[in-house]
Write a protein that binds this ligand. Structure first.
Ligand SMILES: [Zn+2]
Ligand SMILES: [Zn+2]
Ligand SMILES: [Zn+2]
Ligand SMILES: [Zn+2]
Length: 306
């Protein structure tokens, strides 16, 4: 019998000679060397056996190759198919286990032209599926390339928006810095103007004090009398000035105040710049294979005359 890798000539093996088989007879279920194959072809019993080369035989999948023509229990050739038990039967099987079964002769159910046509259809549908698979691979690769482009575009967009925001904030910061500076300068010059006015009045007071002392010490009584009236008027003017400082608010404390706009705090409370998600759209590829047809390709075993 055949081993998985090496097949020996069965005839030679019965004579205790190990010789590689070059042929395989599926009827005998055995290997044959070249010389035994000649005898096998000449022999009456086996001249109708259709042998094949061992190479060809080994290409057949094991599960297919192991489908036997002979009943292992009775060593007789299968001739019928029992549709009740869904099994092949040899003549002895029929007399034992399938006496009342509905039997179909194998010759009747094995319709070779139809089966070859089915094999053609199977091969064709495999071809179509292969084409479909190539199409699927190309379609998915295209999708990958598209996604890569989208990713790059989004990343660039974010960078651009970020740069715009940076530039805008830089501009706004510049503006507020200048405003702060200007506000200080305005108050500063306002206070400086007042200081110089106050300083002028201080000098006037010194002058008055000096004049009053001199008049009091060195002038005549008449001079003192009239001078006193003049000094009084001058002092009243100075008092009015001091009073005006309180009334016009020149002595009020001045503070600078800077209020940050609400929208600036809004930026800091912002938790995300955007959101990314994958969206599925309609399928763009169409497959050629018609699945329903493929599923019904293998017919149920029935009579030839269907
Ligand atoms: Zn041999
Ligand atoms: Zn044979
Ligand atoms: Zn049997
Ligand atoms: Zn049966």
């Amino acid at each position: 019998m055949a081993s998985a890798d090496e097949i020996f000539c069965g005839v030679c093996e019965t004579q205790h000679v190990a010789r590689d088989a070059t042929f395989w007879c599926p009827e005998c279920v055995d290997g044959l060397c070249s010389s035994c194959e000649n005898l096998h072809r000449a022999s009456k019993a086996s001249k109708n056996h259709e042998v094949t080369s061992v190479n060809n035989y080994q290409q057949i999948q094991h599960t297919i190759a192991s489908i036997n023509q002979y009943c292992p229990g009775h060593e007789k050739k299968y001739e019928h198919y029992c549709s009740q038990h869904k099994t092949l039967c040899c003549p002895l099987c029929i007399t034992t286990n399938h006496k009342k079964c509905d039997l179909l002769a194998i010759d009747e159910i094995v319709n070779m032209p139809m089966i070859f046509a089915l094999f053609d259809i199977m091969e064709q549908s495999l071809e179509e599926m292969k084409v479909d698979i190539e199409g699927i691979v190309e379609d998915r690769r295209q999708n990958l390339r598209k996604i890569q482009q989208q990713r790059q575009r989004f990343q660039t967009n974010i960078k651009e928006i970020r740069e715009k925001i940076n530039k805008h904030l830089d501009k706004l910061e510049n503006e507020i810095q200048q405003d702060i500076q200007a506000a200080e300068q305005k108050v500063q010059s306002q206070i400086e103007r007042l200081l110089s006015k106050v300083s002028d009045h201080g000098k006037s007071l010194d002058e008055l004090k000096k004049n009053i002392f001199a008049t009091k010490s060195f002038a005549t009584d008449l001079q003192i009398f009239f001078g006193g009236k003049m000094f009084e008027a001058e002092i009243q003017k100075e008092e009015k000035f001091m009073q005006s400082l309180i009334e016009d608010g020149s002595l009020q404390q001045i503070n600078l105040e800077c209020k940050i706009a609400d929208k600036v705090s809004d930026i800091l409370s912002m938790t995300e710049i955007g959101e990314i998600s994958a969206i599925t759209n309609l399928t763009t590829i169409t497959l050629t294979i018609d699945r329903e047809q493929a599923q019904q390709m293998i017919p149920k075993i029935s009579k030839k005359s269907m």
